[in-house]
Ligand binder design. Structure first.
Ligand code: GLA
Length: 399
């Protein structure tokens, strides 16, 4: 969980005209300050991440990458020290090929040098892009950078875009990707629009049998940044992004301006119950189970289940959906307890297989619920009591 500059600040390098929003050390220092002051860190957001456009166009005399001296006068090491002094972590960006997507120096031919430079600076995460690289060499490049990072002995989270660039030519090998990367982008860049968020959900659902099983502690599919708190999504759509990113076990990397964010978006991004689903210790990715009124389900720790119901009809008013239709509802035998988290928190209470629970969902909004099975256990002394013990339910990937 953290913050990444790309979607909101892109390659804004004009610090003369736009000093407050350009890619400079002060942007990350300010975000780090706000993350501590405004409860982001406490909610779990930890990484402050630099994306493209941070370096100078030239490497130094020893072939090392260097930050643009005008925009990062203190250099990256000092910035990392600052971010660490706040109890946060720093992420940086580089590219497996000759140049980054925005045309800055790439790491091809410099994997060891760059890995060592990042380690020397105290960087905690590397987002490694895949522009300007022969696609047949992508896998080799990503694996070699992974080795170079490991060789430094530093603990650096490795965020890849390997499958995104490989999908254009063939189906990537997710076993190799999971062995190499800590999370990986599969699909196009997120934009600040509902169309963009929807297209990511559609792509993910239609490839869930291929990508879903590779997610688990240590390695995750990355549907790209949360754009909540920006301009393009209504509040209902922001709730949908938050709920579905939690269901997809996605890294939660916000790209917004934390210095100026509306209280409703902030509350949504800091919602502890949604974050708990997102960070569930079982570490399984959720999947779409019904696609008319779209239903997604994610198995959680202790046989709980999260269910998200997305109303994809973009006309009319709120629609009712009977959640007992969701395949996962079978864990309600003999009984279950249902809690609604979105659109507002509500204890729906104890239910059975035959209960009819109808949730109301706004157009392009999402209702998010957790379902906890309750098992009736008969003990030797003819005593009946209810106990929270595991129930097996047959979900895809749970074979
Ligand atoms: C690619 C990546 C984005 C961002 C830009 C930077 O498009 O997918 O996430 O890093 O490059 O140039």
């Amino acid at each position: 969980m953290g913050w990444l500059h790309w979607e909101r600040f892109m390659c804004n390098i004009d610090c003369d005209k736009d000093p407050n929003n350009c890619i400079s050390e002060s942007l990350y220092m300010q975000m780090a300050d706000v993350m501590v002051k405004e409860g982001w860190k406490e909610a779990g957001y930890e990484y402050v991440c630099i994306d493209d456009c941070w370096p100078s166009h030239q490497r130094d005399a020893k072939g090392r990458l260097q930050a643009d001296p005008k925009r990062f006068p203190g250099g990256i090491k000092k910035l990392a020290d600052y971010v660490h002094s706040k109890g946060l972590k720093l992420g940086i960006y580089a590219d497996v090929g000759k140049n980054t997507c925005a045309g800055y120096p790439g790491s091809l031919g410099y994997y060891e040098t760059d890995a060592q430079t990042f380690a020397d600076w105290g960087v905690d995460l590397l987002k490694f892009d895949g522009c300007n690289m022969d696609w047949k060499l992508l896998g080799e490049g990503y694996v070699n950078m992974s080795k170079a990072l490991n060789q430094t002995g530093a603990s650096i989270l490795y965020s890849c875009e390997w499958p995104l660039y490989e999908w254009q030519f063939r189906q990537p090998n997710y076993t190799a990707i999971r062995e190499t990367c800590n999370h990986w982008r599969n699909y196009a860049d997120v934009y600040d629009s509902w169309n963009s968020v929807k297209s990511i959900l559609d792509w993910t659902a239609s490839h869930q049998d291929i990508i879903g099983p590779s997610a688990g502690p240590g390695g995750w599919n990355d549907p790209d940044m949360l754009v909540i708190g920006n301009f393009g999504l209504s509040h209902d759509q922001q709730e949908s992004q938050m709920a579905l990113w939690a269901i997809m076990a996605a890294p939660l990397l916000m790209s917004n301006d934390l210095r100026d964010i509306c209280p409703r978006s902030k509350d949504l991004l800091q919602n502890r119950r949604i974050i708990a689903i997102s960070q569930d210790p079982l570490g399984r990715q959720g999947y779409r189970t019904v696609d008319s009124f779209e239903v997604w389900e994610r198995p959680l720790y202790k046989n709980q289940l999260a269910i998200a119901v997305l109303n994809k009809q973009e006309i009319g008013g709120p629609r009712g959906f009977s959640i007992s239709v969701a395949p996962g509802w079978k864990i309600c035998s003999p009984q279950c307890n249902v809690t609604q988290i979105l659109p507002q928190f509500k204890e729906i209470g104890v239910q059975t297989l035959n209960s009819k629970v109808v949730v109301s969902v706004n157009p392009s909004g999402t209702a998010l619920l957790t379902v906890t099975p309750i098992n009736r256990v008969l003990t030797g002394s003819h005593k009946l009591h209810w106990q929270d013990t595991p129930v097996k339910h047959n979900m895809p990937f749970l074979k």
